[in-house]
Design a protein around this ligand. Structure first.
Ligand code: SAM
Length: 243
């Protein structure tokens, strides 16, 4: 890829975007979990619970939690008996996750630094692939979706949860108005980092609409690509199957 891409509202080269996304998450890693609670009013916990209920991880399954960050989703799946490989491009986020897993005495987790666009995993080795609030940060999203398809076994399932903007004048518009004003301010107060949190809000606004993203999932080869809106369209769970 050589043309410019968006880093939030700014246009930068693809390499620059990947580098700056790295900076954002290295900067927020230590405060990431408390900020999640503040930014969503604790709602992210319910969204993640519901997401994992959709994924239905089972004992004996191997699941790749991509952009797994500090492990929130992976922990929920490991508690259900699945073996979870938590991968993220950012070693700082994974380090915080490993410390949290140790404190919780959680087993069944493997941690690996990986770029979602180009995975160092063999073909067809995972029963499930999950990516939660991660894909909007990836520079080449179609490449990441193709990689997700490649590493899944036949019958494997893809699940993604992401913020979504919508035309419906509902909760998402209210949240958007609140988020663009308040989240950078909270970021400044709690983490002394206004810019990183401004990027997070802008990246949410720029992520494709649910229908457009559903088409991208289908284009990567997944069948029964589905977009399930939650809470007035603020968050969408996307899914698809590899056959
Ligand atoms: N899934 C976790 C959760 O829901 O709490 C973390 C989400 S956090 C908002 C986004 C994560 O995406 C960060 O940890 C970031 O490092 C990761 N990320 C960004 N670009 C990536 C890429 N190209 N490959 C893998 N991970 C990436």
């Amino acid at each position: 890829m050589s043309e410019k891409v968006n880093f939030g509202d700014e246009l930068v080269s693809p390499e620059e975007k990947t580098r700056r996304v790295g900076q954002v998450f290295s900067s927020v890693a230590r405060r990431y979990d408390v900020m999640n609670d503040l930014m969503s009013g604790g709602m992210h916990r319910l969204w993640k619970d519901r997401f994992v209920n959709r994924v239905k991880p089972r004992a004996g399954e191997d699941i790749l939690d991509m952009a797994g960050g500090t492990g929130d989703v992976a922990f929920r799946m490991a508690r259900r008996g699945a073996h979870v490989t938590v991968s993220d491009i950012n070693a700082d986020m994974l380090t915080v996750g490993e410390q949290r897993a140790k404190a919780k005495q959680l087993a069944g987790l493997t941690w690996k630094v990986e770029n979602a666009e180009k995975l160092n995993f063999d073909d067809a080795i995972f029963d499930g692939y999950t990516i939660v609030f991660g894909i909007r940060n990836v520079t080449d999203i179609p490449a990441a979706l193709r990689e997700a398809h490649r590493v899944l076994v036949r019958g494997g399932r893809f699940f993604c949860m992401e913020f979504s903007s919508s035309d419906w004048p509902g909760f998402s518009n209210l949240y958007d108005a609140w988020a663009s004003k308040m989240i950078p301010r909270i970021g400044k107060a709690v983490a002394d980092d206004e810019e990183s949190y401004r990027y997070l809000v802008e990246s949410i606004r720029r992520f494709p609409r649910p229908d457009a993203f559903r088409k991208m999932v289908a284009d990567a080869g997944f069948v029964r690509a589905n977009a399930e809106p939650m809470l007035g369209g603020l968050v969408t769970i996307h899914s698809g199957w590899k056959i």
